[in-house]
Design a protein around this ligand. Structure first.
Ligand code: NAD
Length: 506
């Protein structure tokens, strides 16, 4: 149990009637302290609009304190043997397993996704910790003897100092884990700024980080929004940062932080295409496409959005997916019968409704209108929508929707499908459904996105592979997690050495 459990923060159970909830605290230098920001945002359960917490809008000075703590902690943490650093991660893994159900419930409360989805969100986070436990091996460098006569060369990976991450609302537990375990296990210290819309899950994670025995100052949590982000981007003592969020903010953060001399990896928004060939297993394709497009209420950066059906599979696919969508049960994610939870806010729901309307105005055919039948539900619900006869220049074909909407289009050939999806400004993922190895090979070879699914709807690389897209979905050059992450968070230091024999000694 953390020592200061009672003073820390106010996280409510879903059943509590929250009235005078105080803002969550920052965690800086091993202490839970109030933010210097006096304003706060309400954290609302999107399934029932209940107030479940408050997130302070932090100030530059909060970031300054966190950087001072992290900079000081770096002095000893970087000298702690990597095998000892890894021990904290082993302990944290055990604590996360023990508390995984609580974390999942908290995630469902503040984000809205179903409990099953939240469990997956937590599981993926734990896998990052498991992978970071292997840092003694991941961190190893390279050596060569006799690069010239009698001269040897050693390249080691060294931690660089203080890193930070700024994360989005859609995966409250998992996305922060994409970054800090790799940064911290490799010897850096860290500041996390979670989304101000979902701060509660990370508060709980930090309690567990504290309980695992992470030395003070190594991990710091600062809540806030723009001011905190800007302070992180420009702080002279932050070596680099990882960002995940929408494309305009990703681009802004990338440019701002890079102009201040930092390493940056900024993962942005997406528009994911899925191609169905006539030789696909139709049942698998329908089930997988539907789950990809509507899972997490469509609020996944890997969510399928536009389905390009090649040739005569179009009508069969259309009919089958409408049937499948009618089986969906929209409701509170804590209810075990629910298959689709709410979107995050009324603002998000209005934006998605507007995009559905734009499709209709631009000549698309609404086969299923998810705006209907949700009027009497308490939260920000949308049922699945299916739009057919989608054309390349329609808004729904170009913009990220981030809601449970499936756009269907008919193309003549696989080449037409590839040409269409490669014309998108985004490049996160693309999927193909087929039983042909040759088609699969052509697809992976020719498409622009960096994460490809073959008969897979959400091709999310596991913790030990790198993660990140291309084009407007990724700004930077070194991707997240896996070995790439170790490269991002370390500097390669090369020593070239020659030793001349002193014959008087031996
Ligand atoms: P967002 O861009 O609104 O917010 C992300 C972070 O940026 C938050 O921490 C927020 O506080 C901060 N922020 C927001 N506006 C800012 C501004 N003007 N200046 C400085 N900081 C600002 O994104 P979101 O709505 O929380 O998340 C959804 C988006 O994230 C989607 O576009 C989704 O595709 C993307 N996403 C991408 C990936 C990926 O791997 N590429 C993964 C998850 C989410």
């Amino acid at each position: 149990m953390p020592q200061n459990q009672n003073e820390k923060t106010a996280i409510m159970s879903p059943d509590e009637n929250v009235k005078n909830v105080s803002p969550v605290k920052n965690y800086i230098n091993g202490k839970w302290i109030e933010s210097l920001g006096k304003e706060s945002l309400d954290v609302i359960n999107p399934a029932n609009k209940q107030l479940i917490g408050k997130c302070p809008i932090g100030k530059k000075e909060d970031v300054d304190s966190a950087v001072i703590a992290a900079k000081e902690a770096f002095k000893t943490w970087r000298q702690t043997p990597v095998i000892d650093r890894a021990q904290v991660f082993f302990k944290l893994k055990t604590l996360l397993e023990k508390n995984s159900e609580d974390l999942a419930r908290l995630c469902t409360q503040e984000n809205g996704k179903t409990l099953v989805e939240s469990r997956g969100d937590v599981r993926r986070g734990i896998q990052m910790i498991e992978t970071a436990c292997g840092m003694p091996t991941l961190l190893m460098g390279k050596s060569s003897e006799d690069i010239a006569s009698g001269i040897d060369c050693h390249a080691i990976r060294r931690p660089m100092g203080v890193f930070a991450a700024i994360t989005p609302f859609n995966f409250p537990p998992m996305v922060p884990f994409w970054f800090w375990p790799f940064a911290v296990a490799s010897g850096n210290t860290f500041i996390l700024k979670p989304s101000e819309r979902v701060p509660l899950t990370q508060v709980r994670v930090f309690e567990l980080i504290e309980e695992a025995g992470m030395p003070k100052g190594v991990m710091n949590l600062v809540h806030g929004s723009k001011e905190v982000v800007n302070s992180i981007c420009s702080h002279p003592d932050i070596a680099g940062l990882s960002f995940v969020g929408s494309t305009p903010v990703a681009k802004y953060v990338y440019q701002t932080a890079a102009s201040h001399g930092k390493r940056v990896q900024a993962l942005g928004g997406a528009k994911n295409f899925m191609v169905v060939l006539p030789d696909a297993n139709l049942d698998l394709a329908v089930k997988t496409v539907f789950e990809s497009c509507t899972g997490c209420a469509g609020q996944r950066c890997l969510a399928g959005s536009v389905i390009l059906c090649v040739g005569d599979v179009y009508s069969k696919f259309q009919e089958a997916i409408v049937k499948k969508a009618k089986e969906a049960i929209v409701g509170d994610g804590l209810d075990s019968l629910t298959t689709i939870g709410p979107v995050i806010s009324e603002e998000a729901r209005t934006r998605v409704k507007g995009l559905i309307q734009s499709a209709s105005d631009e000549g698309g055919k609404i086969l299923l209108d998810g705006r209907e039948g949700v009027e009497n539900l308490k939260g920000y619900f949308l049922k699945p929508s299916i739009i057919s006869e989608v054309k390349k220049d329609m808004r729904v074909a170009k913009e990220e929707i981030f809601g449970p909407v499936i756009c269907l289009a008919n193309v003549k050939t696989l080449d037409d499908a590839i040409e269409w999806l490669n014309s998108s400004e985004y490049g996160n993922t693309a999927s193909l459904f087929t039983s042909s190895g040759a088609a699969a090979r052509k697809f992976s070879y020719e498409v622009d996105p960096s994460m490809i699914g073959i008969n897979i709807g959400v091709p999310a690389p596991m913790a030990f592979f790198s993660f990140g897209g291309s084009k407007a979905s990724f700004f930077g050059d070194v991707k997240a997690h896996g070995q790439a992450s170790v490269d991002f968070y370390t500097d390669t230091k090369v020593t070239v050495q020659r030793w001349v024999k002193d014959s008087s000694i031996w």
